[in-house]
Design a protein around this ligand. Structure first.
Ligand code: ZN
Ligand code: CA
Length: 382
């Protein structure tokens, strides 16, 4: 029976019309089992941590590149960390898009991801580990990206760091991840294809807003797909209604299956990045539980915030302070400005500023792009 359902899941994961494998978690788990690497009996360490509002999780991003295009920019990495932080704190602006039916079960996970600021020897470090590789593309089936001896890069101590491997994945895979205890430590972490890591507004892909990592990190903290086992609903959460199959694209609301309204906007479904907006309360609790029970050493003792460009100057114009709480001052006045959020959504268009500051207290916290007289500046709203 279980095998039959599993085959059904495999089938459902490859819809005829899909051009990408939105997530290869289920297939990867099967590969691990076939290779004898999957731990059916898991040993968990158990330590006591008191509940708190926010848990800081140190991240190292290994970028494996065979050419310049695969060597994605620091900005892209920062934008990914930003998206993770917004999604896991339920502070992304798209929460307004969640239907009334699900507003009461929006989950705030309270994880703050940060790029580690020290390397394993204690030296200052950006959190971004760039490694040239001779390998043109990596296969999910052999985990070579996770081994230096095979053209990849060895995991940093995965009990203490969330390892991301960003590389060129063969086929049309977007990413895959390991659940707590699934595998031995050196294979533990999240793999994302370089094209889908971070926010890339120049990309026409519907997976260009960093939600592949949001989804995969969900698996990393023990979440199943919302459509796991279809109407049998094996995702361990009652507040994610059972859903018969993965949802692709960006569906109108409401969609129904299994006699209930589908939560297609859940990060653990397969919709376009722009159309997924929430974890549920139960999913948040499962992830916090996974962190405290199975991955307690991940919790960082101190914040290791993303280093933001300190140089906010351009040739002629500068802005301060940065980060900003309420008013951002410009070195010029009487100018027209454009303001965008990190998703590229326009907030102000050709807005005429007749003073030397802009009141940004109305913005949610996050990263913003301001364009003044064709000069582009980035600032952080606290
Ligand atoms: Zn998945
Ligand atoms: Ca469910």
């Amino acid at each position: 029976m279980r095998f039959t359902i599993y085959m059904l899941l495999i089938y459902l994961s490859f819809p005829v019309l899909s051009q990408v494998d939105r997530c290869s978690f289920d297939e990867y788990r099967q590969i691990l089992k076939n290779r004898g690497l999957y731990k059916e009996c898991k040993n968990y360490s158990s330590q006591y941590y008191s509940m708190q509002d926010t848990y800081t999780i140190p991240v190292v991003v290994h970028i494996l590149y065979n050419n310049d295009g695969q060597n994605i920019s620091d900005e892209r990495v920062y934008s990914q960390i930003e998206v993770l932080n917004q999604d896991y704190s339920a502070s992304n602006m798209s929460l307004d898009n969640i239907p009334d039916e699900f507003q009461d079960v929006i989950g705030e996970v309270g994880f703050a991801f940060c790029l580690v600021q020290k390397d394993l020897d204690g030296n200052d470090f950006s959190g971004i580990n760039r490694v040239y590789t001779e390998v043109e593309s990596f296969n999910m089936s052999d985990d070579a990206m996770k081994r230096s001896s095979e053209g990849g890069v060895d995991a940093w101590d995965s009990e203490n760091y969330l390892n991301f491997w960003v590389c060129n994945l063969s086929g049309n895979l977007l990413g895959f991840a390991t659940m707590p205890g699934d595998v031995s430590a050196e294979l533990d972490g999240v793999v994302v294809d370089y094209e889908y890591f971070g926010v890339d507004l120049s990309s026409s892909s519907p997976y260009n807003l960093g939600r592949t990592a949001t989804h995969e990190v969900g698996h990393y903290f023990n979440l199943e797909h919302t459509f796991y086992a279809g109407c049998s609903d094996w995702d361990s959460c009652d507040d994610t209604p059972s859903i018969s199959s993965p949802t692709y694209g960006c569906p109108e609301f409401p969609q129904e299956s299994c006699n209930s309204i589908d939560m297609t906007m859940n990060y653990m479904d397969y919709t376009n990045d722009a159309c997924m907006h929430m974890f549920s309360s139960c999913q948040a609790e499962l992830m916090i539980d996974a962190l405290l029970t199975y991955r307690p050493n991940l919790i960082a003792a101190e914040d290791c915030s993303v280093s933001i460009d300190e140089n906010t100057y351009t040739n002629d114009i500068f802005i301060h302070p940065n980060p900003v709480l309420d008013k951002i001052f410009l070195s010029i006045e009487k100018s027209s400005i454009y303001l965008y959020d990190i998703y590229g959504r326009e907030i102000l268009s050709n807005y005429y500023l007749d003073k030397d500051f802009l009141d940004v207290s109305f913005l949610h916290s996050g990263t913003y792009i301001i364009i003044i007289d064709n000069y582009i500046q980035k600032f952080i709203k606290r």
